[in-house]
Design a protein around this ligand. Structure first.
Ligand SMILES: NC(=O)c1ccc[n+]([C@@H]2O[C@H](COP(=O)([O-])OP(=O)(O)OC[C@H]3O[C@@H](n4cnc5c(N)ncnc54)[C@H](OP(=O)(O)O)[C@@H]3O)[C@@H](O)[C@H]2O)c1
Length: 340
């Protein structure tokens, strides 16, 4: 019997999570809605289960004996709820790769039920939001009474089809920032912020859907929080509502012509850069580090969280990744601290 079930395991990120978990000594069950998952499970020497998310009885059966679900099927806005309900029903801990504020908020609505069921719900267990959420907590701990957090990210190495699909869907939609202790609507890319990590400098634009705005608010209570991200120029234009024909074309026809996700070479070469500034009227504290490529980072976050959950460190209810602290990032290959 396996402790971990990965749902969406035939997708790019699901396969990568499986590879990293198996290399870490785990033997996950690989599940998904299509038959492809069986072949992948066979190749990886794991058990495979085909079950669609609308088959509640099938999900019940699939979760028999499982202690943790890693839910990787996305867009999560379309897949989260049935799996969370199945986990509540079966008393199984749940983590996923949701990365948008709306997806994290949707999972937060199950906080009370998760607490009652004695299970942990931790959406955002990938590169978005784990490292930023932990760094935000570190920065606010370094400056007690901080009144603002500015959370900045840059990545090198490309994106998976699944991420591009999820991002394009809502690219020009209003998101949030935290203003005076409340979530307030904010339009994407309307403000800019320059940041640096070591000797690398970046121009970020406001990314108001990135989930760490929400989790950092829950985890730190700092009353003003904004997320910035360095993005290619054509993405910034779409965020500002321009060139949306390109988005429509990509969603309808274009995605199948691009690679499923970064190649192994890109995974090995890519890097991520994170800088979080906590400030009050007199002082600033900064946490900065670089890490491995974002999808590899994601799979390592899943492995590190899984290890903690299976060791019994899984508080009931909705939890943000920063509960695991800097120690979690220290366990991830390739993390280089620049300012702590
Ligand atoms: N937070 C982060 O840092 C992070 C990192 C990586 C990925 N992600 C997110 O994770 C998701 C998956 O990414 P990916 O790279 O693996 O994409 P992908 O290669 O396109 O895989 C998507 C997976 O989701 C499954 N799926 C989609 N809709 C489904 C539904 N309604 N019911 C059941 N299964 C469904 C697909 O199954 P079929 O093959 O049967 O269609 C496939 O297994 C995306 O939303 C992406 O944004 C987030």
């Amino acid at each position: 019997m396996s402790d971990i079930l990965i749902y969406g395991a035939n997708g790019y990120s699901g396969r990568l999570c499986a590879r990293v978990l198996i290399a870490g000594g785990y033997q996950p069950v690989l599940a998904g809605r299509s038959n492809a998952v069986r072949g992948i499970a066979r190749e990886m020497g794991c058990r495979g289960i085909v079950v669609p998310l609308d088959d509640a009885e099938g999900l019940r059966f699939a979760l028999e004996g499982v202690r943790l679900v890693v839910h990787v099927a996305g867009p999560h806005s379309e897949t989260q709820e049935p799996m969370i309900r199945a986990c509540l029903d079966r008393g199984v801990h749940y983590i996923d790769l949701a990365g948008k504020v709306s997806e994290l908020e949707a999972a937060y609505a199950f906080d009370r039920q998760a607490a009652d069921a004695g299970i942990m719900l931790m959406p955002g267990a990938g590169f978005v939001v784990v490292p930023m959420d932990i760094a935000a907590r570190m920065a606010s701990d370094a400056l007690p009474g901080a009144t603002s957090l500015t959370i900045c990210v840059a990545t090198e190495g490309g994106a998976s089809r699944g991420t591009i699909r999820t991002m394009l869907k809502d690219i020009d939609r209003t998101g949030v920032r935290v203003v005076d202790g409340s979530l307030e609507e904010a339009a994407p890319a309307r403000t800019q912020y320059s940041f640096h990590v070591g000797n690398r400098s970046f121009e970020g634009v406001l990314n108001p859907w990135r989930g760490d705005v929400f989790t950092a608010f829950i985890g730190t209570g700092v009353p003003n929080i904004e997320a910035y991200q360095a993005l290619p120029d054509f993405v910034v234009r779409m965020m500002r509502g321009r060139m949306l024909w390109m988005r429509d074309l990509a969603l309808r026809f274009g995605l199948r012509f691009i690679p499923e996700g970064p190649s192994d070479e890109k995974l090995a070469k890519g890097r991520t850069y994170i800088s979080v500034i906590a400030a009050n009227s007199d002082e600033k504290k900064r946490i900065a580090f670089s890490g491995s490529e974002a999808y590899l980072f994601t799979a390592c976050c899943v492995r590190e969280i899984a290890a903690r959950v299976l060791a019994g460190n899984a508080p009931a209810g909705y939890q943000v990744p920063s509960i695991y602290g800097k120690d979690l990032l220290d366990g991830i290959e390739g993390v280089r601290w620049i300012q702590v």
